[in-house]
Design a protein around this ligand. Structure first.
Ligand SMILES: [Fe+2]
Ligand SMILES: [Fe+2]
Length: 316
């Protein structure tokens, strides 16, 4: 079943081709496929200043290196997501889902590009973000060669669930916005979080349309969860070591509590994570319609958070 993209009503960025229209005629709106589906790729070009605060998340080395680890893994990770969905594009006949796929590919490609720029900043701070990404690339190329395409898509469905629920928490919980102390980094993470929720149904719906089943989906999620924590956990330790903070016991325990304490980031995600294991689960059941409307308003209106970024043109 393909769920409607109406939940993703887009307030921004239709390309208006008015320049060549006679004055007496109304301007013609030309929408891209992504815009039609409510998943418009938006061109961004963030600039992270060299003097960006080193510990930009809550002034904490532990938490800054945690988020930097996630960022380091995005370029290769999201390229894998794109490829695994693109593998099935030709098999999809539903015009809405086709448009959603186009929007999804465009958004993820832009995320990879902007997180690379953010990772360059981490490199300037002495963190081997590029190395983590390269190593993940090797692992994912191996996965592409060895796993059937249906498995690759199921991996993407599982990881897109992670990104969607994590992104929802970033958007909903004002403490994250207060904790991200660099304004350019705040824009990057909030823009990415918005778009992750705009396209959260796409991989799932493609998986269902090409016959992906329940058991395969949840078994893949269990394996992916093990890999996710192994890859993120080991990457985080390496960034902490590079930052010479591995033995900052007090700071690390405090950061660990922030992530894993009873009111921490991961325990708060648990109910939504577990929803994935229900047979009738669909990502749209996590209702973010109002949340996304509010954030689009906050970011995309004239003078909004992304006013200096968005040239009010979407990509692709
Ligand atoms: Fe993304
Ligand atoms: Fe995504």
């Amino acid at each position: 079943m393909t769920h409607s993209a109406s939940a993703n009503s887009e307030h921004n960025a239709c390309n208006i081709t008015s320049a060549s229209a006679p004055a007496s005629e109304k301007p013609v709106k030309r929408m891209t496929a992504g815009e039609r589906a409510g998943i418009p790729p938006r061109r961004m070009d963030f600039e992270f200043a060299d003097n960006t605060q080193r510990y930009w998340y809550r002034n904490s080395p532990f938490l800054t290196t945690f988020w930097s680890t996630l960022s380091a893994l995005f370029p290769e990770g999201e390229t894998f997501f794109v490829d695994s969905v693109r593998n099935y594009r030709k098999d999809i006949t539903d015009p809405l889902l086709k448009d959603q796929i186009t929007g999804f590919i465009g958004q993820e490609a832009m995320h990879s590009k902007e997180h690379k720029a953010f990772n360059d900043l981490a490199e300037k701070h002495g963190l081997p973000a590029g190395k983590l990404d390269k190593e993940l690339g090797v692992l994912l190329r191996f996965a592409r060669r060895t796993l059937p395409k249906k498995h690759q898509l199921a991996v993407t469905v599982a990881l897109e669930h992670y990104t969607a629920i994590l992104a929802e928490q970033l958007l909903r919980d004002p403490s994250h916005q207060a904790n991200i102390q660099d304004p350019e980094a705040l824009k990057l993470w909030m823009w990415h979080a918005l778009e992750e929720n705009e396209h959260k149904v796409v991989a799932y719906d493609v998986y269902r349309q090409v016959g992906g089943g329940y058991l395969h989906r949840i078994l893949t999620m269990l394996v992916v969860t093990l890999f996710f924590f192994a890859v993120v956990g080991s990457g985080h330790l390496r960034l902490l070591a590079a930052d010479r903070k591995l033995f900052d016991i007090k700071g690390n325990l405090k950061g660990f509590w922030y992530l894993w304490g009873p009111r921490g980031l991961f325990p708060k995600l648990l109910p939504q994570y577990l929803d994935f294991f229900r047979p009738g689960f669909h990502p749209s059941q996590h209702d973010t319609v109002q949340l996304l409307d509010d954030w689009r308003e906050k970011m995309l209106r004239p003078g909004g958070m992304l006013a200096d970024q968005i040239k009010l043109r979407s990509a692709g």
